[in-house]
Structure formats: C-alpha cells, structure tokens
Design a protein around this ligand. Structure first.
Ligand code: PEP
Length: 249
C-alpha cells in the first residue's frame, strides 16, 4: 500500500523562537499512525528543527535546494549541506519558486536529478494557473511540467519521488479545488506515470494535493482514492489545525 503523507510548508514564516514554539506545540499533539508527517521550516532553522524533533516521528524537510553540489552560488544550499544536518527530503518546484525566483522546468529537472542521485526524497510540486484551468488547458500544463522535470528519470529513481499537485489558483487563496477536481487530476497524473514508467511505479507513488487545505475540507479531499495526503501552507503554521489535518487521513 502506498504511503500517506501530510507535509507542512512553513515558507518565510517563524523566527527562531517561533520555530521552537511551533515545534513544541506539534510535539504536544502526541502521536499519529498510518501517515508520514513532515514539516519544512526555513533553511536557517532546519538544524534546530532536526534537533528539536529528534525524539518525534515528525520529519524535517527542506523548502528548496540548488542543483549544483558545490561552487560559486552565493546564498544557495546544496543536497550535501541538507543531508549533513539530517535533512533527507526536499520540496522542489513550488509555484512560488517558479513564479518569484524564475525556476524553470529545465532547472527543476536538474535539481530533481541531483537530489535522487544523492538518495534525497523530493516532494515535487506542480500545477496549473487559473487561466490554464479557465482555458481547459490544465491537463496539458500539468503533463508538460511532469514530462520536462521528471520523465527523464530512471524507473529506480521513482522511489525518491512524492508528487504534489498544487493548482496555483488554490494556493493561499482560500479557494480549494473540489475533491472531484483533485481526484480527476490525480488519476490523470497516475495514469501518465503508468504509461511512462509502468503500473507498479504509478501505484506506489504518493500524490499529495495542495491548495488551501484546512481542517474543514481535508477529510473530503483525502477520501478520494488517488489523493494520498496533502502539502499544507497556511494551516501548517497552527499546530491545532495541522494536526486536525493529519488526523483527517
Ligand atoms: C502551499 O504553499 O504549498 C500551500 C498549499 O499553501 P496553502 O495551504 O496556504 O494554500
């Protein structure tokens, strides 16, 4: 059976003290079963979060990494740097990185390749803009993003891949894809992976939904057969809300 995952992306939020406070609140929520729980603090708090969550089942993951393993790339973070502090999973391709930091499909293909070559799990984000959906172009956009960044992988690399479908129009907007829209896209994605890499890989890959998931809508979205969990932004900043979502699985 494939994994269920709930991951919280903290983005550019929480100073050091706030990071500790949120981690304490999450730990106080107690245990969970049948689901992998991950949180992605900002990079300067990753080592602190790893230490503070050491005795917990919550995994700390990165929000981004560079495609090069080292060199003259001021301000960037490498796969080896993440792994040296105990971070073995990273979000790549978030729509905010694509929109505000010019991350192209080509750069993302390189980042994914570097990650999997170093046994790093990738939570790979992709999704269409509102205009794409209005123009009924959303399937083609998603297919293009996946083909360009992931379809050059070897079949064996797929054990490191978690997919996160995040329609851009639903991120941080309060607007959620309906459970039916999410299921329709997730089934389409799984079918694409099956055609390219075979049924076994497609059956095993977790496909998360992201975009204004809240305690009030999580259960219905997660009940769909091809939705294997969520990537959570705003609601991940509150321990009660985040754990309500975790327990919705
Ligand atoms: C996200 O940033 O990945 C996200 C899904 O954000 P939100 O839950 O706030 O829409």
């Amino acid at each position: 059976m494939r994994k269920k995952i709930v991951a919280g992306n903290w983005k550019l939020n929480n100073n050091q003290q706030e990071t500790t406070a949120l981690i304490s609140a999450l730990k106080a929520k107690g245990s969970f079963t049948g689901v992998e729980v991950k949180v992605a603090p900002t990079s300067i708090h990753l080592a602190q979060a790893v230490a503070e969550l050491n005795d917990s089942a919550i995994e700390v993951i990165g929000q981004n990494m560079h495609q090069a393993t080292h060199g003259a790339f001021t301000g960037e973070i490498s796969v080896g740097m993440l792994q040296s502090i105990g971070v073995n999973s990273v979000i790549l391709g978030h729509s905010e990185r694509r929109a505000y930091f010019n991350e192209t499909d080509e750069a993302l293909a390189q980042k994914v390749s570097t990650a999997v070559d170093h046994d790093m799990e990738v939570v790979f984000c992709f999704g269409e803009e509102l205009e794409d959906r209005k123009a009924d172009n959303h399937f083609a956009v998603v297919e293009g993003q996946l083909r360009k960044a992931l379809f050059g992988l070897n079949p064996t690399d797929w054990k490191y891949i978690v997919l996160a479908y995040e329609p851009v129009w639903a991120i941080g907007t309060g607007e959620t894809a309906s459970p039916e829209q999410a299921q329709e896209m997730h089934a389409f994605i799984r079918n694409l992976v099956a055609e390219a890499f075979g049924a076994a890989i497609a059956e095993n890959v977790a496909i998360l939904y992201g975009g204004s998931v809240k305690p009030a809508n999580a259960q219905e979205i997660f009940s769909k057969p091809d939705v294997d969990g969520g990537l959570i932004g705003g609601a991940a900043l509150n321990a009660d809300d985040f754990f309500a979502i975790v327990h919705s699985i």
